[in-house]
Design a protein around this ligand. Structure first.
Ligand code: ADP
Length: 606
């Protein structure tokens, strides 16, 4: 993993989770000077505006009042133009610099989130909805981008406008300056009041939006199931319910906003009128000059306007903070450590595996595996049988350390499994999943995916041939360059399965896990996959989960699991001699075959 602007991902993770201020500061690494530039140019733009007020005062008090209708007037006019040009330039520059910073930060945060999410443990992904994660990696990151693009610079602008103009007015008349800010504390108190409420409302709104995107995402990935069971109405109603909840939460948010803006406007308006009124009386009494009054009226706007905006900003910032906290809920999750391990294998793995009273439970479940004990020598084939939910997949998932054993010992080549680095184990173990998953990339890329290095054309073809899929691939319009999935060919279950077998073959693992690899294919395809699998299993320690006795008859060791325990253990020949689950399944499958044969004979005879 490349470092992100000098910050290693883990360092960034630590800094992000320390405190919000610390996190935002570290996100800005590499952009701090640019951002400072944005703030300074903003200050200069604000200064230009105040300068024009002073020029106005000079125009009224010194030029017009004394009738200097000569060159001075021309200079003053020119001064206004120059000031306007500078103000425009600085404002533009500031916007550019702020955008550069905010886009850079959003990119860094998005990259970080993507990488972080894919490194979280299986246990985390088991309990987290995809829609939730998508929402955080997109919408919440965008809230942080807005924070830097608009809110933080807006805040700087407000502070500077206020300070510069307050000092300027103070220099004209201290009394007037103080009167111009008496109502401001009330604006701040009210803003805080709304800030609290809007934060809560926004959080609820974001949660609902995440739930809505989860619904949508699930519906899209499960579209076949929805159609097959004709459950469109049900799904639509479910979506509509979620959507109307989002609407009502959105309405509450809008209601709070629409209450806040006019209230703050009323206070700001009152403050402005007070200043104008007092200033006018002072002018009439001769305490200040007309020019000073005019300069005052043009500047006091820039005290009150920031205060009004400050409230808005506080409210908007509250949303960024909520988003930040939502992001941190994911960021604090510990990554799966891939490279740490106390054991560094020097020779290649033999593949001897010992389960010694292994127990396992998922977080929050009762024991899923109980006292599992067996061993297998290098190159042997171990078959796992048992009803659904008996713990077969859980057992094989312990081998690559997708989950950690919670009791007993699990040894690989005589060394405790937890001492091996996870990355090493995963390089050594090849898995053909029950549900073959291919990326929407070319077939070639899909096969080469497992290697983690650049592989030659020949190697890919050899793997495809061994997996009995080469001829099928050549039949596609673009051969190995054909795209898989939505934009390319649609593959059958068996074809996908054979591509995943080719993918695993290319990896050349020492240990192989076949999780019900032939469950979703027809018998004819199964025969060709069986050959491919047999080739794949040669000289490797293999764990095979299967339901068909035929598939596992040749195994060196068959384990029959029931409710997390091994209830039978032995070879096919031994197990059919015993009464038990194995023989029941065997008899049942043999009976089905006999029935089938009779049926076929009947059909032929008819
Ligand atoms: P099998 O592969 O034999 O069908 P599994 O290993 O998938 O069985 O499941 C064994 C038990 O563990 C089941 O009761 C299942 O509900 C539970 N289980 C499986 N995966 C998880 C998980 N990620 N979190 C919690 N419980 C799980």
């Amino acid at each position: 993993m490349s470092s992100q602007n000098g910050q290693e991902p883990l360092e960034l993770q630590r800094n992000l989770t320390k405190s919000r201020a610390n996190g935002l500061w570290h996100l800005m690494a590499g952009y701090r000077w640019i951002y400072l530039g944005a703030i300074v140019t903003l200050g200069l733009a604000a200064g230009m505006r105040t300068a024009s007020s002073f020029l106005l005062r000079f125009l009224v008090d010194d030029v017009l009042a004394q009738g200097l209708f000569d060159q001075t007037l021309l200079f003053v006019a020119l001064g206004f133009v120059v000031i306007a040009v500078f103000e425009g330039t600085f404002t533009f520059l500031s916007g550019r610099l702020a955008a550069q910073t905010s886009e850079g930060i959003a990119r860094r945060l998005r990259d970080f989130m993507f990488d972080h999410i894919q490194r979280l443990s299986f246990a985390y992904h088991d309990t987290t909805q995809t829609g939730e994660l998508i929402q955080r990696a997109t919408s919440d990151v965008d809230a942080i981008r807005r924070f830097f693009a608009q809110e933080a610079t807006g805040f700087g602008r407000i502070v500077m406008l206020f300070t510069i103009n307050f000092i300027a007015i103070f220099s004209l008349n201290a009394q007037l300056a103080l009167i111009s800010v008496v109502i401001i504390p009330f604006i701040i108190i009210m803003s805080y009041f709304f800030f609290r409420r809007i934060s809560v409302a926004y959080e609820l709104y974001q949660e609902q939006e995440a739930s809505l995107s989860t619904t949508l995402q699930e519906n899209l990935s499960g579209v076949r199931v929805v159609k097959a069971f004709a459950r469109q109405e049900y799904e639509r109603d479910k979506f509509e319910r979620e959507n109307s909840e989002r609407l009502s939460r959105g309405k509450r948010l809008v209601r709070l906003h629409s209450l806040y803006w006019p209230s703050s406007d009323i206070l700001a308006g009152a403050q402005m009128l007070l200043g104008f009124f007092v200033g006018a009386i002072m002018t009439i009494n001769g305490t200040i000059t007309v020019g000073t009054y005019m300069a005052y009226t043009s500047m006091v706007i820039w005290i009150i306007w920031p205060m009004r905006m400050l409230g808005r900003l506080i409210v908007q910032m509250s949303q960024a903070l909520v988003s930040y906290d939502r992001l941190m809920e994911v960021v604090v999750e510990e990554r799966e450590e891939l490279t740490a391990g106390t054991y560094a294998p020097t020779t290649s793995l033999r593949g001897e595996i010992v389960f010694d009273n292994v127990c396992f439970e998922y977080e929050g479940t009762s024991a899923v595996l109980k006292d599992i004990s067996f061993q297998c020598r290098p190159g042997q084939m171990v078959a796992l049988m048992g009803y659904t939910g008996s713990g077969k997949t859980t057992l094989v998932n312990l081998l690559p350390r997708f989950y950690e054993v919670t009791g007993g010992r699990l040894l690989l080549d005589g060394v405790a499994l937890h001492r091996y680095p996870r990355r090493y184990l995963r390089q050594q173990i090849g898995i053909v999943e029950q549900e073959p998953f291919l990326f929407s990339r070319t077939i070639e890329e899909n096969i080469a995916y497992s290697a983690g290095r650049s592989v030659s054309e020949e190697e890919i073809v050899a793997a495809a041939k061994a997996a009995a899929i080469h001829d099928v691939i050549l039949g596609f319009p673009n051969g190995y360059n054909t795209l898989v999935g939505e934009r390319g060919v649609t593959l059958s279950g068996g074809q996908k399965q054979r591509i995943t077998i080719a993918r695993t073959l290319l990896k050349d693992p020492r240990i192989l896990i076949l999780d019900d690899a032939t469950s979703s294919v027809d018998t004819e395809t199964e025969v060709s996959i069986q050959d491919a699998l047999a080739r794949l299993m040669q000289n490797r320690t293999s764990f095979v989960i299967a339901h068909r006795i035929q598939t596992i008859m040749a195994a060196d060791l068959i384990l029959v699991l029931d409710k997390g325990r091994i209830v039978q253990k032995g070879t096919h020949a031994e197990l059919i001699e015993q009464a038990g689950i194995y023989r029941d399944i065997y008899d049942l499958q043999a009976q089905i075959e006999v029935d089938l044969e009779q049926e076929i004979e009947g059909l032929v005879a008819a």
